[in-house]
Every structure is written in C-alpha cells, then in structure tokens.
Design a protein. Sequence first.
Length: 275
Amino acid sequence: RAKADGRGTFRFFKPEMDERMQARRGLEIDLRKALALKEFELVYQPQTRIEGDTVVGFEALLRWRHPDRGLVSPADFIPLAEEIGLITPIGEWVLRTACREAALWPDSITIAVNLSAVQFRGSRLLDTVTSALAGSGLAAARLELEITEGALLEDTDAVLAVLNGLRELGVRVSMDDFGTGYSSLSYLQKFPFDKIKIDQSFVRSMASDRDSAAIIRAVTSLGSSFGMTTIAEGVETPEQLARIRAEGCTEAQGYLISRPLTPEAARAFIAARVA
Ligand code: C2E
Ligand code: MG
Ligand code: MG
Ligand code: MG
C-alpha cells in the first residue's frame, strides 16, 4: 500500500515537474531570441527632489514584450537571463538605449540604469559604459548606475575595483534596495556611493511600523553625513511623501509622482515639468 502511494505520488509529481521545466525551457528559448527580435523596451520613471518638487532624473526599467505572453516582468526573466549568461548582452543594450534617450533630455536630468551582479564579473563593464557614453554623447556625470547588495556580496575586492573604475569615468553609483540585505551598512563604508535608494518595503511599512520610520531616519542622517543623497522608492501616497520628507529624505520616486513612462511620455513629462 505504502509502495502504491509512493508510486502514485511520484506519478502525480513528475508531469508537473516536466511542465515547469518545459515552461522554463520555453522561456529560455524565447529569451535567447528576444534581443534580435527587438522585443525589449525601456520605460522611464521620474525621480524628484522633494523640496520644490523638481524633476531631477529618471530610472530606466526594462520590459520584455513577448508576442504571446504579453509584457513579461523583469522579476520573471532577469534571474533567468543571469543564469544563462544573457544578462551581459541585454545589459549592454539597456545601457546604450538609456544613454541615447537621455542625451535628448535637458542637461539637468540624469538617467539611472540598473546593473546585475553578473555584469560586475570581469572588466567588460567599464568598456561597455565608456562606449555607451561615447556613442550617445551623454556626459558621464548624467549617468547613474544602480547596484544592489547582491552585486557586492560576490567578490568584494574585484567589485570594488570595478566601482572605483566607474567612479574614475565620472559616472555616479547608487545603492539600490537599501536595507533589504544583511550588511547594507558595511558596504556604505567600503564604497562611497553617491546615492542611497531606500527600499520600498520601508516606505510601505513606515506608517504602521515605528522601526521602519526609525530606519529611514537613521539612513538619511547617515547619508547626509557621508554626502550621499537619499531617495525613497515606491512612494504611492501623499502621506508617505510627507513622512519620508519629515525623516530627512531628499528625493522621491514612485507611483505618486508617476508610473514608469514610455520614451515619448517621458519627453512630454519633461516638457511639461522642466523649464
Ligand atoms: P528596482 O530597481 O528596485 O526598481 C523599482 C521597481 O519598483 C520597478 O519595478 C518599478 O516599476 C517599481 N515601482 C516604482 N514605483 C513604485 C510604486 O510606487 N509602487 C510599487 N509597488 N512599485 C513601484 P520593475 O520595473 O518591475 O523592476 C523590478 C526590478 O527588476 C528592478 O527593481 C530591478 O532590480 C530589476 N530591473 C529592471 N530593469 C532592469 C535592467 O535593465 N537591468 C537589470 N539588471 N535589472 C533591472
Ligand atoms: Mg533600481
Ligand atoms: Mg529598488
Ligand atoms: Mg528592487
């Protein structure tokens, strides 16, 4: 009987596993073709200085428009792209496209681009950034690269060398999703980031959780004493904006200000908001 159950369980699970592996395999096959088929797009989400409500920059966010699946979220394909080595060419496309778009904007507006931990392996990143800047004519100081703690965990010395190389090129470096990892604070000491992006989970829980508000206050005060800008992510309500401002945050990003915009809509947003 036990044996029959065991076999039953096995037979029940196996097709499901196959299905999942086939779905992944299907996604992988499609992902390998996506660049050539021009299925990627970038959307741009505004970032404002809270004081004066001034537009200071945009973050480029990657979208995959799949012919049958529709819009695929980066959360669903970036881990796979990292695993199969595709994040490097995709990341290069993102950098080149974002720099070219930002070169059309006023000089006061920056562009932030997300980098994967995988892009920090080897020395190719510095060449990629150099050529994206040269190809677009964008001033290095207008490019901001966002990295998460995950990238720093890898091999600290090699990663620090790349970060310092980026700094020498004149680009800015931001720490993304700050506070979600285990040793965010120690990384601030190892590398002088230009900006700290406080993760949206803190912004969301701030109203109900006093610890979150205290963490935001501590981070903004630490940031200002290190000469770093602090930006809160995922600001959705006027109350959240008022709270982060009261805790000392200088910039904000989130649906309250704007959803991520197509390139055309971002240009219209700039035309309406930037003198
Ligand atoms: P992230 O860099 O932390 O980006 C912020 C995410 O929060 C974006 O999700 C954005 O659309 C979303 N968001 C912005 N404002 C709000 C808000 O008010 N409320 C809520 N609930 N969400 C908000 P998205 O575009 O789905 O991107 C998810 C993540 O995928 C990004 O997190 C980033 O880690 C990664 N990613 C996106 N584009 C790229 C890329 O070009 N390269 C790499 N390596 N990663 C990317
Ligand atoms: Mg980001
Ligand atoms: Mg983030
Ligand atoms: Mg994130």
